[in-house]
Design a protein around this ligand. Structure first.
Ligand code: FES
Ligand code: FES
Length: 178
């Protein structure tokens, strides 16, 4: 019971959102303060997107919003209303099936240990290759500056990014020569 003179706490304001996630329209009513990363993980159970800091430092929460990599802990679910989100679960497999080419490159280069940073790294590398189809090592390191890995020392992650870019380039050349 409220003490005399004590104001009742206002209920958290809720907002409807409709977000297309990995090609599927999803609707929900969420507290207005809900972060996109929490919407993905807790409402949709897409737990491949990780939370490493909640303060925009680690990049573990990286997803694509309308095709552009963003840290989903810095975006409100309400801001993504009416937009398209791709998470690590939504990456398309390569021609061999199973893995997206960037994921395959991470596997081939042993670019992970605990794997906590990996979904964010993969999403960041996907963006890098879109921006720079033939990146230099320096461009790779700059592109991954917002993604922290606590295990690997980054060397194999950089190698994986370069390998993924080469594979994407080879696939494009193949398509053109057909
Ligand atoms: S959880 Fe978003 S940057 Fe760390
Ligand atoms: S592999 Fe463990 S944090 Fe990157």
């Amino acid at each position: 019971m409220e003490a005399a003179g004590e104001a009742a706490m206002p209920a958290a304001r809720e907002v409807p959102v409709q977000i297309t996630v990995n090609g599927v329209p999803r609707t929900a009513i969420v507290p207005a303060r809900t972060l996109l990363v929490h919407f993905l993980r807790e409402h949709l159970r897409l737990t491949g997107t990780h939370v490493g800091c909640d303060t925009t430092h680690c990049g573990a929460c990286t997803v694509a919003l309308d095709g552009v990599a963003v840290k989903s802990c810095t975006v409100l679910a309400a801001q993504a209303d009416g937009h398209e989100v791709t998470t690590i679960e939504g990456l398309m497999p390569d021609q061999a099936g199973g893995l997206h080419p960037v994921q395959r490159a991470f596997q081939d280069e042993h670019a992970l240990q605990c794997g906590y940073c990996t979904p964010g790294m993969v999403m960041a590398v996907r963006q890098l290759i879109e921006d720079h189809p033939a990146p230099t090592e320096e461009q790779v390191r700059r592109a991954l500056a917002g993604n922290i890995c606590r295990c690997t020392g980054y060397q194999n992650i950089v190698k994986a990014a370069l390998r993924a870019a080469r594979a994407a380039q080879a696939a494009t050349d193949n398509d053109v020569s057909r």
